[in-house]
Design a protein around this ligand. Structure first.
Ligand SMILES: [Zn+2]
Length: 696
């Protein structure tokens, strides 16, 4: 029996991969890797790059090559068999990862290399890879006593299980609820695109009429547009209680019942306790300190100060935003603005104030036009060409495949999976399928998975994006080019590898800027019926509306960041506060809007409980400072200035994790980052006398 995951492929052999291949392949590669490492260490007389790091990188890449498509399929084409195989393999991978990071002999070999004369002759990227490896060994507990090592391994294993359970609960809980309507009039207010989507969802469930779900596009359309206040409250309640002790599911009779079967409450408590214990095992005071060990930020104090500074600057603006919204809602007959009204009235206010709606913009942003325009943008900035390939091994008919060329040479490839569908995880993200590196057979080119959850084409109407979705696409493509345009050949620091978490959003948020630029709009927009690009009048409104409620939005992100950071920094095992308590405390201090008591959004806050953002959610804001400041150089020198683009490509995109983010940033910007550009872009001026003038 052959197993495609055990074969070497330039691209993942999707059509041949079955769930039954997963665990045997992962387990076989891990076992081979164990033996390989043993032999290598046994025969190692003098650790050098060629004798130690290069062969291990080669072996490690086998595992990455097998795992990348599995992990991707689990996210975009999930089913019970695959999920089971995935979970079983995650356990093996975690165990192996822990074993590697606690291999003292291997650690000593790296240490010997770092102390040797040869180290001095290594390239910058190689040195950084060795330094990172040593840091990670220490973080992996290699210096611990045997007893503590054992405990460390147990904790890691359990944390990994908890993280997988957390995200499965969110997915299951999201899918457990839906609501069926016979008539479009029941969904009054919803735009045609959302209605068509709801009708399509109904068809898939073999129902007449319309079905709304908790998938984000469906939820959001109702929250934003449904005139029926009770319905908004109903879907809001179901949405913000997902994966809680009080989450909702629709039973076989179509009735809603409450359940705790998807609850993440206990999972959160256990996760926090274990993270704290883990951090202390390693000699840190708390998990926030542990998190910062691999980040650009230097101390928990620095992060808290950074967030509090931003909160202080934004709060008056947020307060003003909220007062304006409340007054507006009251003028429309809603005197007691509730959480399920804010999105609805915000959109109405935005339309009235700027007479522009996301829906109105959709026709100008057909996905095809946006994609080709985005490729034009990067072509002008970085001198690259993107070519579509129709012949490739796919995993779903929606998926497209592209190759990137620079100076006539093929440098990278990527898969683009744009549309929301069943059994696909919500949100948008970039993941690597192949990393750029030197192999014994030559250069391996980087390959990326770009995934979004946009509204698919409905009938004869092509997929039309809101401007928010356009921005999301640019964001993910920014991650993509960071991974794909790298010139670093050392896997550990190539592309997004080895890049500090709080700097990894720099290229992605940076790319979003082009969605707002008058010079770029004609490239990325074109009415799907007339081909007319977004008219200047609409663009002016869009720009005027850009900072609509930016104070509220900024504060909301700071709230999430402070919640996450304090949850980990202030954890006290003798008196552990629940996540809900910490959240309330943070909100009391910084928020201007208090959500209802039953809002348990933290139970579906996958970023910090099932993603890599634990005590790191602040990274978004941190990186926004970097990206806004980097973009301000383009504002000064021209947004399509190819020399500036070339400089960004050379100093940032191509460098991966081969140098510290601070070095890369200062090389590009000529100085250290400043928060001024971000505040200016958000309409929050640095030296403003706003507070004195407008405080209520
Ligand atoms: Zn991102």
């Amino acid at each position: 029996m052959t197993n495609p995951l055990l074969e070497s492929h330039v691209l993942p052999p999707f059509s041949a991969i079955e769930a039954s291949h997963v665990e045997p392949a992962v387990s076989q590669i891990i076992n081979e890797s164990r033996t390989y490492l043993q032999n290598l260490l046994a025969n190692l007389s003098r650790p050098s790059w060629e004798a130690l790091v290069a062969p291990l990188e080669e072996q490690g890449d086998k595992l990455d090559q097998a795992w990348a498509p599995v992990s991707h399929l689990n996210a975009v084409r999930n089913n019970d068999d695959l999920r089971q195989a995935y979970n079983a393999s995650i356990a093996l991978l975690t165990e192996y990862g822990t074993e590697l990071s606690q291999n003292e002999q291997l650690y000593k070999a790296y240490q010997q290399l770092a102390d040797s004369e040869e180290y001095k002759k290594l390239s910058q990227a190689q040195k950084q890879a060795v330094d990172n490896a040593l840091r990670d060994f220490r973080l992996g507990g290699v210096a611990l006593s045997d007893e503590k090592k054992k405990r460390y391994g147990e904790i890691q294993q359990r944390l990994s299980e908890l993280s997988t359970q957390f995200s499965n609960h969110v997915l299951d809980s999201t899918q457990a609820w839906f609501k069926h309507f016979e008539n479009a009039s029941d969904l009054a207010g919803l735009p045609d695109s959302a209605l068509a989507q709801a009708a399509q969802t109904a068809q898939k469930k073999s129902l007449d009429g319309y079905v709304i779900t908790l998938d984000f596009p469906s939820y959001y359309a109702v929250a934003m547009y449904a005139d029926n206040r009770e319905l908004r409250k109903e879907i809001y309640t179901a949405y913000v209680t997902r994966a809680s002790n009080n989450s909702q599911k629709v039973n076989v009779d179509g009735k809603v019942e409450f359940t705790n079967e998807f609850s993440n409450t206990e999972i959160i408590a256990e996760t926090l306790a274990l993270r704290h214990e883990l951090a202390q095992l390693l000699g840190f005071n708390n998990y926030a300190e542990r998190s910062l060990a691999t980040k650009m930020a230097q101390s928990t104090h620095q992060v808290l100060e950074f967030l509090q500074e931003l909160a202080k600057k934004s709060k008056p603006y947020a307060q003003q935003d909220y007062t304006e919204l409340k007054n507006f809602a009251a003028s429309k007959g809603c005197a007691d603005l509730q959480a399920w009204d804010t999105t609805y009235y915000s959109e109405k206010l935005r339309v009235e104030k700027y007479s522009i709606s996301q829906e109105e913009l959709r026709p100008y942003f057909p996905a095809e036009k946006v994609i080709s325009g985005m490729f034009d943008v990067v072509s002008r900035l970085f001198g690259i060409q993107v070519r579509h390939l129709s012949d490739f091994d796919s995993y779903h008919p929606d998926v497209r495949f592209f190759e990137i060329y620079k100076d006539g040479a093929h440098v990278a490839s990527f898969y683009l999976d744009l549309f929301a569908r069943e059994n696909k995880r919500g949100g948008a993200w970039m993941a690597d399928a192949r990393v750029r590196r030197n192999t014994t057979k030559g250069l391996q080119l980087p390959v990326a998975f770009l995934t979004c959850n946009f509204t698919p084409p409905v009938g004869d109407t092509p997929s039309l994006l809101t401007h928010d979705e356009v921005t999301t696409l640019f964001h993910e493509f920014g991650h993509g080019i960071h991974h794909m345009l790298t010139q670093i050949d050392v896997a550990a620091v190539s592309g997004i590898n080895g890049v500090a978490w709080d700097a990894v959003e720099l290229p992605s948020q940076f790319m979003e800027n082009w969605c707002w630029e008058p010079e770029a709009i004609p490239l990325i927009s074109g009415h799907y019926q007339t081909g007319e690009s977004l008219p200047q009048s609409l663009l002016d409104k869009l720009l005027a509306a850009k900072n609509f409620q930016s104070g509220l939005q900024m504060l909301r992100q700071i709230e999430f960041s402070l919640f996450d950071f304090r949850l980990h920094a202030e954890y006290d095992p003798k008196n552990p506060h629940t996540a809900q308590e910490v959240l309330h405390q943070v909100r009391r201090e910084v928020a201007v809007v208090q959500p209802p008591e039953f809002n348990l959004f933290e139970n579906s806050f996958s970023h910090i409980f099932a993603g890599g953002y634990a005590a790191g959610y602040y990274s978004y804001k941190w990186a926004e400072v970097l990206s806004a400041d980097a973009f301000s150089r383009f504002e000064e020198e021209g947004i399509f200035n190819s020399a500036t683009g070339e400089s960004f490509l050379r100093e940032i995109l191509q460098q991966g994790g081969s140098k510290t983010p601070m070095e890369l940033f200062t090389n590009f910007r000529g100085r250290e980052p400043s928060i001024d550009a971000l505040l200016r872009h958000s309409g929050i001026e640095v030296h403003s006398n706003f507070i004195e003038e407008d405080a209520v």
